[in-house]
Design a protein around this ligand. Structure first.
Ligand code: KG4
Ligand code: ZN
Length: 351
């Protein structure tokens, strides 16, 4: 079975083809990083315009790379939520047009779910596992009991950790996206400054919640003093952020007695987060899994694969009136698509 995946939730236009027997056949990502650099973040209108320009050429390249034509595709999977709505609708419309023209099933995927299940393209992991999701828009902890059985433990109350990386990089005039730049620069700095670790010791309702805006403000105050070297500020910021992520993840694994931890989303590429989580997990006899580096940041292979899982394990498809959502948690998304599916049952009812 060949699944075409489409991902346009933020600033990357991506199309990939996954074959359940052969694996990833193609994985094309058209990045807009250079265009958004001058804004120091993603500028939604520009992202949407770029998606309209890129989506067909990216689709064409994905087919050519896989040496296939559209008639070889069995299922169309697409990111339906969450993201910038002006960006999402381009991918959703492309997916619907293809499904309609080719008369093939249309399978919706949640972007964060796709980041998490991307790990299965490399590792077989037993359920339940703990998922730490760290990206430009999300910082969340879930218990994944099975595919589509997700328990939300907590998330950020303000900035996502990737967003904090990007904002700190902007303060330090380092460029965009900030995560990889700070990651690299931190290797030459020293963790001299003891930045706050927000909510790290919270035992009550914020035990598994995060907050990064106070840390970001503390970095700004320190930067304005012009005392420490930029690389020391970067290293100290990274140490604080990674410390909070690691401490809460290990605490949750121990409290819920979960052996396996999956880290997903763009920030899972971070070298210090990988190192520290592996180190701490080893002390407690836990296993940590990361997606391969090329699948950490946004891509459509993760969408095609998750779409395949949804179709083959649950049989869920949607019709042409299915709406995307800018903001919806992964566990709520599962309820949303189930309700939709049960109310329609057949694609013919949606035309
Ligand atoms: O998952 P992703 O590609 O897009 C979203 O869904 O948000 O994540 C992008 C985020 C950006 O904030 C970027 O700075 C961060 O991931 N990032 C990193 C690293 N590589 C990407 N953060 C820290 N260290 C990295 N090596
Ligand atoms: Zn992402």
């Amino acid at each position: 079975m060949k699944v075409l995946g489409i991902e346009t939730s933020c600033d990357d236009t991506a199309v990939a083809i996954y074959d359940n027997e052969k694996g990833i056949l193609s994985n094309v990502v058209s990045s807009q990083v250079k265009l958004h650099e001058e804004w120091g973040g993603v500028y939604p209108d520009l992202a949407a315009r770029e998606h309209t320009k890129n989506i067909i050429p990216v689709l064409d390249k994905a087919l050519k790379d896989a040496n296939l034509s559209l008639k070889d595709i069995d299922i169309i999977a697409f990111t339906a939520a969450p993201g910038l709505i002006v960006s999402l609708v381009i991918g959703i419309s492309a997916a619907k047009s293809l499904a309609w023209t080719l008369n093939k099933p249309l399978v919706p995927v949640h972007h964060i779910e796709a980041h998490i299940f991307a790990v299965f393209l490399k590792h077989e992991i037993n359920y339940p596992f703990l998922a730490l999701v760290v990206s430009g828009g999300h910082t969340e902890l879930y218990i994944i009991k099975a595919f589509e059985d997700y328990q939300y433990l907590g998330g950020t109350l303000d900035d996502a950790v990737g967003e904090a990386y990007d904002k700190v990089a902007r303060m330090l005039n380092l460029g965009y996206p900030g995560g990889p730049i700070i990651d690299k620069l931190s290797k030459s700095g020293k963790p001299q400054i003891s930045f706050p670790r927000p909510l790290i010791k919270d035992k009550d309702k914020h035990k598994y919640n995060f907050s990064f805006s106070g840390l970001k403000s503390a970095v700004l105050r320190e930067t304005e003093k012009n005392f420490y070297k930029i690389e020391d500020i970067a290293t100290s910021f990274q140490e604080a952020a990674v410390d909070v992520l690691t401490t809460k993840t290990i605490k949750a694994a121990i409290e819920f007695n979960i052996q396996n931890i999956v880290v997903a989303g763009g920030v899972s590429a971070n070298s210090r987060l990988r190192e520290k989580l592996l180190e701490e997990a080893k002390k407690h006899n836990l296993n940590v899994y990361f997606p391969p580096l090329y699948l950490c940041t946004d891509n459509a292979a993760m969408v095609a694969f998750t779409g395949y899982k949804r179709f083959s394990e649950k049989g869920t498809t949607v019709g042409f009136d299915f709406e995307g959502k800018a903001r919806i948690r992964m566990d709520k998304f599962v309820e949303y698509i189930k309700e939709y599916y049960n109310s329609k049952k057949s694609i013919a009812n949606c035309l």
